[in-house]
Ligand binder design. Sequence first.
Ligand code: AMP
Length: 646
Amino acid sequence: MSKIVGIDLGTTNSLVATVDSGIPFVIADDEGRRLTPSVVHWPASGDLPLVGHAANRVRAIKPAQTAYSVKRFIGRRGSDISQEEMLVTYPVAGQGGGPVKIKIHEREFTPEEISAEVLKKLKKDAEVALGEAVTRAVITVPAYFNDAQRNATKRAGELAGFTVERIINEPTAAALAYGLDKLREKSKIAVYDLGGGTFDLSILELNEGVFQVLSTNGNTRLGGDDLDKRMVDFLVGKIAAAGGPTPVNAEHGTRNTEQLAILSRVREVAELAKIKLSTETETEIALPFLTPDVSFSYKLARVELERLTRDIIERTRQHCIRALADAKLQSSDLDQIILVGGQTRMPLVRKLVSEWFGCAEFEEERGGIRLGEDHHKRTGPLLNTSQNPDEAVALGAAIQAEILSGGFKNVLLLDVTPLSLGIETFGGLMNVIIPRNSTIPVKAGEMFTTAVDHQQSMLIHVLQGERERAKDNWSLGRFTLEFGSAPRGVPRVGVQFEIDANGILHVLARDTRTGREKIVEMKSAVDVDDTAVTKMVEESVEHAFDDLGARRWIEAKLKADELLAATRKGLADCAGELEAEYETQVQSALGELSLALTTGQTEGGTGDLKRLQLACAELDRVTKPLAELLMDKAMEALLRKRGAIS
Ligand code: AMP
């Protein structure tokens, strides 16, 4: 069987890695380069596309025919893409629920078709290096990718001719590459991953040789590209101030081909300067012949870059705080912070991460290993920078591939669900089946019944989110399961949620009487994106008090409705058998409960909960003799049926 390779399909760069004789390594292309830019260019001639470095080289001169950073668009709906995100140098279109389309030479491509070109190149490079056909792969995705994004990534792999054995989360893969499975039991690690286009912070714990992800938080639209954009804006301003061309038409914010070419050149030098400033304190930015008679140059200092971009890096802090809170940990509980993603080479990133997590000392020069005499001086976690941050994810994917092939037997990686999943139940409440931050793969189920008599079907409305009311969560989809008519409370419908190893949700609903069942894969999670996840979690905290009040009211109301119906039926069944005074007492308690219910009559409104609860308790108390009488009558009827009394 073919070897399984590990692939880091990055926003900016992609890598392919494998394991040989127990040693993971990144496979280089025929020119010895290990990073392949995730860039594809289609020549006007209709020849095959240029991929990687070759495409990157023409990107500046043919910006409109060169696609880059398509990972930002993969698996997302047109309507979800903001105007700002559309500001790339190639034409991006997308409307409504359809996928994003990239139009080059009158041909429309989906982001997965473009990613497939990058994957095809990696496949070819691996085949040349390994001297055999390579048809199986493990591909990594950011932890915050939703179902649709994971599926689209898998499809990209298949379009490239791979059988995708597994989709794994990037930070989870990185922990393997850092060899953290060798740490002592119960060690806790944070993986800080800042790449070109995505940020993830994951907290892992080592338990009996198994990595468990305790929590994860991040943003699929935050990364080195944002720093580049900030620098481009800065340089464009400087160029204009120096009398150079402006790459944007002031009135409409539009650009012509020449302006696009200038913008591409500015972006290229901006990124190069940013990378240089990770090792140097000052660099010269040169843009000769922006127009035949204007050249531009600027001396940029590291401190100026830091001043320009600090707020972008600081945006990662809130995700670190949330991930720690979700894992119920403090930074001092962590043993190590590992750095992943090219952008973490920036000294300011390392400095800030070190400060936020209270790392006692920052030890890059020691390869991140805690050494000798000053060990006792440290209190915080160790900032481990011992691995190449660009390669860690691909190496981890290769290690996971080796595990799947039967090598490296003792390690297993587990990921978690970013948001709770459940279904809508009586009264419009969210019934959680798989809570947020559950380790995947995971399977969980619950039994449900009907609320009204003679119901012949049940609507399974699948929800994702952290709010108490169904309407405040995201709807992932709905389907109906039919069954035979029966009195309320009799049908038993088992609902099972299963999130597979790729993070894809399958929902099964089965009528236990007939065995009739439906299994639905939830593809419509396409709406979910990371900012929305953040918003959802924030809102759940913000509205926690109201939400809890609403849940209490709905639950009390359901109970009251049930009690009212049962009491009315009981009164009818015992008509003529009750003393008038007692009947009046029950009627009065009934009246008060009905009145208490009207206090919440506005749509979705909650009423006077205390009054409702008191009225419920009072009716419950008052109807005790009635319930006993009904029990006696039922018993009598049963005995009569059995012929014991006549
Ligand atoms: P990745 O997605 O991990 O390939 O990271 C790519 C991002 O890292 C891009 O935004 C690069 O500009 C950035 N990057 C790569 N090397 C460096 C460096 N030495 N210093 C700062 N940023 C870097």
